[in-house]
Write a protein that binds this ligand. Structure first.
Ligand code: SF4
Length: 334
């Protein structure tokens, strides 16, 4: 066995960062075409036969959980366009060691699945929503389903997911007049709100950096309207939180460009075709599917994961090499 592993089996990378979080992309497909994520006419999706099966996903996540991973986020593309996610979720929730199972979704298909997803063991949700205006939703996503998203949020709220976090990409000249409105929407419904900076992921992501807005501007605007009290939230993510005084709403700022958080990175990503991506902002990766289908056993699989961690880069180079990452955000999920 390589790498430093204590008897508690932890994954520690060359920089001494403990990796306890896997973001699992179960599809690269989506029912939206957000301008900053995937080009409208994109047809370049992974072939079905190269998708990891639920049994293969369960094997890989089991290997990770036995190496100390306790957080798993199901993401996409849009995970709910793949059939059977409640079944997959219950299999992952049953794995010893996995004590934090969550889902990222655009909520278009959430209303009908919320009950089953919650019952399967998904405790908390991140919902991508960049605007509350129907015309703008159509403009950003290429789709007219804002109503279904808001229905999905209501059902999810009644179902008991806690917390429900809204992820809003800050887009200069596109939604930067809605930050206060979105904060008030979240206060009214008891949601938390995270702002995210654009990242040059693929052609769509690079185009979106024309609308880049450092979140220090967003925080200043919110602070002119609300009293922001430093706070923390569970979840293992990179957001820096402030609670809006007098409310339950936390505001989070995810700043990969203006103030990166790579020094405390705790995650890796598994894409739908079984590729282990060591960093969102780098190309370092290891294909696991061929090994799984070649009959690798569980111990060997863990060795491969431990060896792969040696490749984990120190940080992204979005600023220095914005053209470097060709894959769309939808391939690995944020
Ligand atoms: S860019 Fe890479 S190193 Fe930085 S936080 Fe994301 S995954 Fe970790």
């Amino acid at each position: 066995m390589g790498m430093q592993e204590s008897t508690a089996r932890r994954l520690i990378d060359p920089l001494g960062r403990t990796i306890d979080y896997v973001r699992l992309s179960v599809t690269d497909k989506c029912n939206l075409r957000c301008t900053y994520c995937m080009p409208e006419n994109n047809r370049d999706f992974e072939r079905r036969e190269r998708y990891l099966t639920f049994a293969e996903i369960e094997r890989v996540i089991r290997a990770f959980s036995e190496l100390g991973v306790r957080r798993v986020r199901i993401t996409g593309g849009e995970p709910l366009v793949r059939a059977g996610i409640p079944d997959l979720a219950s299999r992952l929730a049953a794995l010893p060691g996995v004590d934090d199972l969550s889902l990222s979704t655009n909520a278009v298909l959430l209303a009908n699945q919320a009950e089953a997803l919650h019952g399967a063991g998904i405790g908390r949700l991140n919902i991508s929503l960049d605007t509350l205006r129907r015309d703008r939703f159509r403009q950003i996503t290429g789709n007219d389903d804002l109503g279904r998203v808001l229905d999905g949020l209501q059902v999810a709220s009644r179902t008991g997911f806690e917390p429900i976090k809204i992820n809003m990409l800050a887009l200069r000249g596109q939604n930067d007049d809605e930050f206060i409105d979105m904060a008030e929407f979240c206060i009214e419904h008891g949601f938390s709100l995270r702002f995210i900076e654009t990242m040059p992921m693929g052609t769509a992501g690079r185009a979106a950096t024309d609308h880049y807005l450092p979140l220090s501007d967003v925080k200043a605007e919110l602070a002119s309207r609300f009293d922001l009290v430093p706070s923390v939230m569970s979840g293992g993510g990179p957001a820096r939180y402030f609670r809006i005084d007098g409310s339950r709403t936390n505001i989070g700022f995810i700043t990969p460009i203006s103030r990166h958080f790579c020094d405390t990175c705790n995650r890796v990503r598994l894409s739908v075709d079984g590729t282990l991506h060591l960093c969102l902002g780098q190309a370092h990766s290891v294909p696991l599917r061929p090994l799984l289908r070649a009959g690798i056993d569980d111990e060997e699989l863990q060795n491969v994961i431990v060896e792969a961690l040696k490749l984990k880069p120190a940080r992204h180079e979005f600023g220095e090499k914005p053209e470097q990452i060709v894959r769309f955000m939808s391939v690995t999920g944020g």
